[in-house]
Ligand binder design. Sequence first.
Ligand SMILES: Nc1nc2c(c(=O)[nH]1)N[C@H]1C(S)=C(S)[C@@H](COP(=O)(O)OP(=O)(O)OC[C@H]3O[C@@H](n4cnc5c(=O)[nH]c(N)nc54)[C@H](O)[C@@H]3O)O[C@H]1N2
Ligand SMILES: Nc1nc2c(c(=O)[nH]1)N[C@H]1C(S)=C(S)[C@@H](COP(=O)(O)OP(=O)(O)OC[C@H]3O[C@@H](n4cnc5c(=O)[nH]c(N)nc54)[C@H](O)[C@@H]3O)O[C@H]1N2
Ligand code: SF4
Ligand SMILES: [Mo]
Length: 765
Amino acid sequence: MFTTIKNFLGLDIKAKKFSLSDDPLFGRIADAKKPDKWVFSTCGYCGVGCGLYIGVKDGKAVYTKGNATHSVNMGTLCPKGLSEHELITSSNRVTAPLIRRNGKLENGSWDEAFTRVSETFKSISEHYGPRAIGVLSTGQLLTEEFYTLGKLVQLGLRTNNYDGNTTLCMASAVMGYKQSLGSDGPSGSYEDFECADVIVLVGANIADNHPILKLHIAKNPKKPKIIVIDPRKSKTAQMADLFIPLKPRTDLALFNGLSYIVLEQGWENTEYLKANVTGLGELRKHLQNYPPQEVADITGIDVKTLYELARLIALSPAALTAWTMGVNQSFLGTDTVSAIINLHLLTGQIGRPGAAPFSITGQCNAMGTRESGFTSSLPGYRNYGDVKAAEEYARIVNVPIDIIPTSRGYKYGEIIEAIERGEIRALWVVATNPLVSFVDQTRLRKALAKLDLLVVQDAFMSDTALLADVVFAAATWGEKEGTYTNSERRCNRANKALTPPGIAMSDFDIFLEFSTYFEGVKELIYPAWSTPADAFEEWKRVSRGQLCDYSGMSYEMMEKYGGIQWPCNEQFPLGSSRLYTPEIAFRTYDGKAKLLPFEWIPLQEPTGEQFPILLNTGRTVEQWHTRTKTGDIAILNDLAPESWVDINPADALALEVKSGDRLSISSPRGQVENIVVRVTQTVREGNVFVPFHFNTQLINTLTPSQFCPKSGEPNFKQCAVQLHSQRVPQGISYPKKISTLELSYVEKLEWEKHIEKSIDSVLKQ
Ligand SMILES: Nc1nc2c(c(=O)[nH]1)N[C@H]1C(S)=C(S)[C@@H](COP(=O)(O)OP(=O)(O)OC[C@H]3O[C@@H](n4cnc5c(=O)[nH]c(N)nc54)[C@H](O)[C@@H]3O)O[C@H]1N2
Ligand SMILES: Nc1nc2c(c(=O)[nH]1)N[C@H]1C(S)=C(S)[C@@H](COP(=O)(O)OP(=O)(O)OC[C@H]3O[C@@H](n4cnc5c(=O)[nH]c(N)nc54)[C@H](O)[C@@H]3O)O[C@H]1N2
Ligand code: SF4
Ligand SMILES: [Mo]
């Protein structure tokens, strides 16, 4: 029945053996599980947006299979997609509203839950003003739901202190696109991976986090050069033709340096610049601060490699630069995005097949939030403060202009600070789990304890729900309907295959129903709405004429074509693969993109004597974020059941640990105990990597409250820490006598042999 397989640490684990020929019952079992129907849908995990079918038998989801005709995934799915139907029956589901009574969360009715929350919201609003209510939402609802929530929060509750987990994720890309190109919106398409000559992946570990994208690279007949820029030799770096192991958080200097070389060598695309771009003079002057040798010193990448990289991007017929959290999650996030865009504008690598600066989105509907959600802009990428845009929106949806917010409220981190000050007194958390995912957890927990009311709307009993005063029980993926928009602006249909458990309701129904507890609100903002399609029809009208134009789409078209890429209108009836082609202008006042000069600055919290190690955090393919969805799926969880720390052999030697031992990690903000060691060359000496998924080893206890001033995105990827082992509890003392970074390559090989031997001797003790 059982067999032995290796888990992520290379340790043996027992797994159930599965062999068809051994199992005489198989035929009957297979028949018993044969779905009665297959329901068209879209994966609800990551921003790749794979098309799939949910197999339903007797009202239960029994399979998920890839949609063979879908252009995104061509029939395949990653392990999370393949097991997605299992999350629906997780033992951790919330099936009825919960209300805290005498300190305990107990089942309640919807009426009780809505009454308790609406009464408290009203009383807080009366005493302290509506902005004393804060709302944190997510990139994981359906677009129809976001749009509906945005209206309720901003036009119904009248608070603009509304943000979400997208600020932990895509906010820097949003602000970077806005400042450089005039509007948010990724310009490229997965097609571009199939025809680029060069693909640069910056801080994007697609092998773990967007695995299906690899198919599009594999389809490229040109066998493109793959360049990976990451301080860590990630799984993605291992498939690179050229790996650029830059020093952490030096990307902005790197891209400034590449632009310097382009101008120095005359590799810029003069014709493109003249017709489409402003700001060349100022950028040229600014880049004088980034000569190659200086950039080599900052980034740790030698001058020759810098020239090679600049040449490849500038002179290849088509170059694509895709980035994710290694760029966005930075105190320099927004400006780093603009530095990447600068290089693409200078070289004219934009708006053509295979040529784009391209942010890969994280969550299944990060794009939908950005476009429709009333968080970083008014719906349809209309800017706050733009009177004409506000008037237009008010006219389209038929509400008085004076209720349209004129400025953005607090960003995520600022909402937490406002709670600390007592300025925000009630918080409504929708489909996000800050008590694992936000920085500086001890501080956050203290802040949340100050609230008069914490409402959590979740489909699972999340860490944050455990602390709530009221929990709204939500349906999840597969139990509700609407649309998701993926990284390449493709809007696709997610259908309802099952009824939600217990009395849980779809987020859409929760918003509609909850709005009736506030006098006149439903009549004003959702007149005659009853289904998500009503929200979608309004959204089509609201987005019409905007860059993110959905006006030509319909649910039927999405199912027929496997999703449609915006803009979709009379001009592009089947959508458009890319933006900023000759037909689609930049959304700046003069229609031209801007070259922008930005300065690199060193880390705000550098390593030092007390905290000499740099902590990097991220993900693994088997787990999804805070594990409410994946923690109960055996096939995923057994492969990555607990946290671990990747540590370089040199540091392992100093701490006298081997793979499988345990470590504690401390930072100025706290300590995390009991993390399994994995000794590996994938991290450099003095650097460690820990996934952020696990509440049992809550790594965000250590991360700092440091944010990009423009986007508000946290600097999740660098944090000064110390490591403590049983044998060396005081940790590593720096500077050490020998550093591999200072050794020549030959010396380094000798050094590595020496380390392996020493580790062997530690093992034998
Ligand atoms: N399996 C799985 N897939 C997911 C998710 C998940 O939780 N699980 N989450 C989804 C979401 S919401 C997101 S946002 C994406 C995230 O997708 P990714 O951004 O690929 O994920 P991360 O692991 O956070 O970080 C990416 C890389 O940034 C590197 N990095 C760290 N510091 C720097 C730096 O200074 N410069 C550069 N250039 N790189 C650096 C890290 O070493 C890491 O390899 O994944 C999505 N897909
Ligand atoms: N150290 C560190 N921290 C990080 C990151 C990092 O790289 N390093 N990455 C950051 C990034 S990019 C992201 S996106 C965040 C993600 O962080 P979170 O948003 O906190 O993570 P999730 O686990 O996806 O939370 C989604 C919540 O929604 C619930 N849910 C699922 N389906 C539904 C539904 O249909 N309706 C409702 N109402 N609820 C639902 C889930 O149970 C879960 O509690 O983490 C951030 N935190
Ligand atoms: S790659 Fe992303 S969208 Fe595709 S199956 Fe995996 S998690 Fe789902
Ligand atoms: Mo994300």
